[in-house]
Write a protein that binds this ligand. Structure first.
Ligand code: IPE
Ligand code: IPE
Ligand code: MG
Ligand code: MG
Ligand code: MG
Length: 326
C-alpha cells in the first residue's frame, strides 16, 4: 500500500474519532469535563482507533466501527491519566499531566468517567456481536489493570526476567491494542479474528519495547513526555532488564548506575549516562532488534489472511508503528 494513501486514511480516521469523542463528552460539570476534554484534545496519535478501523476492513464511508474504536481510545486515555499519577509523570501529550494541572482528585475522577464514557460508547454498537464486544472490553480493561499492577510491583523486585517483562507488557500494553483490533474486526467482516488478534498482540509488544526505547532516545518535543522518566522511576523496562542480564560483566561505575536505577535512586543527571551505557553495551540495539522481531511476527500473523486492500492496510500500519518517533 502506498504510504501516501495510508497516511490519508489514517488522517481521515483521526478526524472522525476526534469529532466523535468531542460530541460524546458532556460539558458540565466543568470541574469534571474540562480535564477530560483537555486530555482528549491534546493530540494523541490515535493508533488504537486507526487499528480498529483497519481491522474492520471496510470502506471509508461505513463508520460502524466508530463507537467501538472510541471506546478503546477512551479506555486508553483512562490508563494514561492514572498511569501518570502512578509514574509521577509531569507531562503528557506535551501538556502538564492531568493530576499536575488539575490535582490528583480530578485526575482520579477523570479516569473513572473516561471508563463510563467508553462503556456508553460501546453500548451504541449496532452489532450482532454486541455482547461479545462488551465481554472483550471488560477483559481488556481487567488485563490492563493487571499489567499496571505488575509494572508497579516490579519496581521494587530484585530480579525481573525478560519473560516476566514480556508478560507484563503484554498485559499493560498489548491487550489494549488487541482489543482495538478485535472490536474492529467484530464490527467489520468478523473474519480472521484470531489472526488479527495475534497481529495486534505482537504489534503491542513491539510498541511497548519501542516506548521503552523512546523514553531515552526521543526528544521531549517528539514524545510530549519527560525523557528518562523510566530511569528516574526505576522502571523494569526492556533496556534495564536486558542490561541487568550482563551486570556481572560490567565495570563498577556501570554497576553503580544500574544499582541506582534498581533502587529508584537515579537522579536527572543519570539519564544521559544511562543512555550512553545502554548504547555502549548493546542494549539499545537489542531493543531495536526485539521490536523489529515482534513486528515481523505480527506481519507473519497476517500471512493467513487473503491478500487485498484490508491486509495491505494492516501491513502498512505495522510499518508505521515500527517507525514511529513520538
Ligand atoms: C502511550 O501510548 C502508552 C503506551 C501504551 C506506550 P501512546 O504512545 O499511544 O500515547 P498517545 O495516545 O499517542 O498519547
Ligand atoms: C504504558 O506504560 C502502559 C499504560 C499506560 C497502561 P508507560 O508508563 O510506559 O506509558 P508512558 O510511557 O507513561 O506513556
Ligand atoms: Mg507506567
Ligand atoms: Mg508512564
Ligand atoms: Mg513509557
Amino acid at each position: 500500500l502506498n504510504s501516501q494513501i495510508f497516511l490519508q486514511d489514517a488522517n481521515e480516521i483521526r478526524q472522525k474519532i476526534n469529532r466523535y469523542l468531542m460530541d460524546l463528552v458532556p460539558c458540565e460539570p466543568e470541574s469534571l469535563y474540562i480535564p477530560v476534554r483537555k486530555i482528549l484534545g491534546a493530540g494523541g496519535k490515535r493508533v488504537r482507533p486507526i487499528l480498529s478501523a483497519f481491522a474492520a476492513g471496510i470502506n471509508s464511508t461505513d463508520d460502524s466501527w466508530l463507537p467501538a474504536a472510541a471506546a478503546v481510545e477512551l479506555l486508553h486515555t483512562f490508563t494514561l491519566v492514572h498511569d501518570d499519577i502512578m509514574d509521577n509523570a509531569a507531562t503528557r501529550r506535551g501538556l502538564p499531566a492531568v493530576h499536575v494541572q488539575f490535582g490528583t482528585n480530578a485526575a482520579i475522577l477523570s479516569g473513572d468517567v473516561l471508563i463510563a464514557l467508553a462503556q456508553e460508547s460501546l453500548s451504541k454498537m449496532d452489532s450482532l456481536f454486541a455482547a461479545r464486544m462488551i465481554a472483550e472490553f471488560a477483559i481488556g480493561f481487567r488485563m490492563v489493570c493487571e499489567g499496571q499492577a505488575l509494572d508497579k510491583e516490579y519496581e521494587t523486585r530484585e530480579n525481573i526476567s525478560i519473560a516476566e517483562y514480556l508478560a507484563m507488557i503484554d498485559l499493560k500494553t498489548a491487550k489494549v491494542l488487541e482489543l482495538a483490533a478485535v472490536l474492529g474486526a467484530l464490527a467489520g467482516s468478523e473474519v480472521y479474528l484470531e489472526e488479527i488478534r495475534s497481529f495486534a498482540h505482537h504489534l503491542g509488544l513491539a510498541f511497548q519495547i519501542g516506548d521503552d526505547l523512546l523514553d531515552l532516545t526521543a526528544t521531549h518535543a517528539e514524545l510530549g513526555k519527560t525523557i528518562g522518566g523510566d530511569i528516574l522511576e526505576g522502571k523494569r523496562t526492556f533496556l534495564f532488564v536486558t542490561a541487568m542480564e550482563i551486570y556481572d560483566q560490567l565495570a563498577e561505575t556501570d554497576q553503580a548506575l544500574l544499582d541506582r536505577i534498581r533502587n529508584r535512586a537515579a537522579k536527572p543527571d543519570d539519564v544521559e549516562t544511562a543512555r550512553q551505557l545502554f548504547d555502549r553495551i548493546g542494549v539499545l540495539s537489542s531493543a531495536k532488534r526485539a521490536k523489529k522481531d515482534q513486528t515481523v511476527q505480527a506481519k507473519n500473523a497476517l500471512g493467513a489472511i487473503p491478500g487485498g486492500v484490508a491486509r495491505d492496510r494492516l501491513d502498512a500500519f505495522s510499518d508505521f508503528l515500527l517507525e514511529r518517533a513520538g
